[in-house]
Design a protein around this ligand. Structure first.
Ligand SMILES: Nc1ncnc2c1ncn2[C@@H]1O[C@H](COP(=O)(O)OP(=O)(O)O)[C@@H](O)[C@H]1O
Ligand SMILES: [Mg+2]
Length: 368
C-alpha cells in the first residue's frame, strides 16, 4: 500500500458577522464530507468576540457543547496582557498544510482573514486579500463591473461628506421611484432598506450608516427574479447551472428575516430553467466578473432579472454558504460535482494559487 501522508486542514469558522451560525453549519458539513483517510482536520472557531478558540475547545462546540460557556471558559486561559492574545491559539498552525476559512461576511470574506493567512505563509481556500476586499465592497465591485461593461444597477454613493446634498426627490429623479439603500460593506441584507419617499430615505440612511460610511442608493429592479450561479476555479473558472431563489410575494425582498429568521417561505429552484439566451448571458457575465475581480477558488454570483428579462449582476459572494442545503454546493451537485469532490477541488486550487504566488512574491526572505 502506498504510504501517503494525510493532509492537515485547518478549518476556520464562526466569526463575528450575522452569519456566525451559518458558518458553523457550513463547517460541520465540510468536516463531515472530508475523507478522513486523506485529511486530518483541525478546527478553529472564531468566537463572536474575535477570540480564536483552541482546536479542543472548537471541537467541543462542534460536538454540541454550549458555545457561550466554552468561550467563557477559554477566555480564562488566555493572557490578554500579551500581544496577539486573541489569535494565540493559532500557535499550533505549524502542523497545518492548508486552511479552509469558511467564515461568511465581515472579517471572513473581506480580506482580513486572508491577510492573516498570508502572514502565516499558508495556502488557503478562496480569493486573496485584495480580491476578497473588492468582492465584498459593493461600490468597488460595481465600479469594476461597469468599467468592464457587465450590466449592473445604477447607483449613487452617499457618504458622510456628501449625503446632505441629497434627498429622495433628487435621488429618484436619477434612479427611479423605488430605491434600495445599502451599506457597501455588509451582507445578509443587514442595513438594507427599500425606500419610496423622503421619510423612508431619512430613516433608512440613518440605519444604513450604522454599518458603513459608504452607502449605495441603488436603482431597484421591480419584482426581480433572483438567479444565482456557482463559479469554481482560478485562472480558468467553470460555471454551474443556474438556480433561483423564490421570495414570497408578500415580502418586499430577500431580507434578513426571510433569509435567516424564518426561511420556511423561501424556495430554491435548483436548477432553474430559463431560456438558453438568458442562461448564456448570465453565465458569461458571472465568469467575466470572476475574472475582472481576480477571484480565486470559488464564488457565487447573484443576479436580479427584470420583468423584461434583462440580467443585472447584483453581487458576488467569495465564501458563500456551504451547508448541505446552501445554493453554492447544491448548484454544483446539480451540475455533476459532489459536495466532497468540491472540497477536494477547492483544496487543490488553494495549493495551485499558493504555488503561483510563492513564485511571484518573496515574503520575508532574508535581504542580501
Ligand atoms: N437593486 C435592487 N433591486 C431589487 N432588489 C434588490 C436590489 N438590491 C438588492 N435587492 C434585494 O435585496 C437583497 C439583498 O441585496 P444584496 O445586494 O444581495 O445584499 P447582501 O449582500 O446583503 O445579500 C437581494 O437579494 C434582493 O432581494
Ligand atoms: Mg445577496
Amino acid at each position: 500500500m502506498k504510504n501517503t501522508k494525510k493532509l492537515h486542514v485547518g478549518l476556520l469558522f464562526g466569526g463575528n458577522s450575522s452569519e456566525h451560525d451559518v458558518s458553523k453549519r457550513s463547517a460541520h458539513n465540510i468536516y463531515d464530507a472530508m475523507d478522513k483517510n486523506k485529511y486530518v482536520v483541525d478546527l478553529f472557531l472564531i468566537a463572536k468576540n474575535g477570540v480564536v478558540l483552541s482546536s479542543q475547545a472548537s471541537r467541543k462546540i462542534f460536538d454540541g457543547a454550549d458555545e457561550n460557556k466554552v468561550v467563557a471558559n477559554e477566555m480564562k486561559k488566555i493572557d490578554f496582557s500579551k500581544p496577539l492574545a486573541n489569535i494565540s491559539n493559532l500557535n499550533s498552525v505549524n502542523d497545518i498544510d492548508v486552511f479552509f476559512p469558511i467564515i461568511h461576511g465581515n472579517l471572513g470574506e473581506d480580506g482580513t482573514i486572508q491577510g492573516l493567512l498570508r502572514l502565516l505563509k499558508k495556502p488557503y481556500v478562496g480569493s486573496g486579500i485584495l480580491e476578497s476586499a473588492m468582492g465584498f465592497d459593493k461600490d468597488i465591485t460595481k465600479q469594476l463591473l461597469t468599467y468592464h461593461g457587465i450590466q449592473n444597477t445604477k447607483y449613487i454613493l452617499l457618504t458622510p461628506a456628501n449625503y446632505k446634498q441629497w434627498n429622495y426627490a433628487k435621488l429618484s429623479h436619477q434612479l427611479g421611484k423605488l430605491i434600495f439603500l445599502k451599506p457597501a460593506n455588509q451582507g445578509s441584507s443587514v442595513g438594507i432598506h427599500q425606500i419610496h419617499n423622503q421619510s423612508e430615505f431619512e430613516s433608512g440612511l440613518k440605519d444604513a450608516f450604522k454599518y458603513d460610511y459608504k452607502i449605495l442608493a441603488e436603482q431597484a429592479i421591480e419584482g426581480p427574479e433572483e438567479i444565482e450561479i456557482s463559479i469554481l476555479g482560478n485562472e480558468h473558472p467553470i460555471a454551474s447551472q443556474l438556480g433561483a431563489i423564490k421570495v414570497p410575494k408578500q415580502d418586499k425582498f430577500y431580507t434578513y428575516q426571510n433569509k435567516f429568521v424564518d426561511a420556511s417561505q423561501v424556495h430554491f429552484e435548483i436548477p432553474v430553467k430559463v431560456s438558453q439566451k438568458l442562461t448564456d448571458r448570465i453565465t458569461k457575465m458571472a465568469l467575466d466578473a470572476y475574472k475582472v475581480l481576480g477571484l480565486k477558488g470559488m464564488a457565487r454570483a447573484d443576479f436580479l432579472v427584470s420583468s423584461s428579462g434583462e440580467p443585472y449582476l447584483g453581487e458576488v459572494n467569495t465564501l458563500p454558504g456551504f451547508t448541505n442545503i446552501s445554493l453554492y454546493p447544491q448548484l454544483w451537485k446539480a451540475s455533476g460535482i459532489s459536495y466532497s469532490d468540491l472540497i477536494e477541488r477547492l483544496i487543490k486550487l488553494a495549493y495551485q494559487e499558493f504555488d503561483r504566488q510563492s513564485k511571484l512574491r518573496h515574503d520575508f526572505e532574508p535581504l542580501d
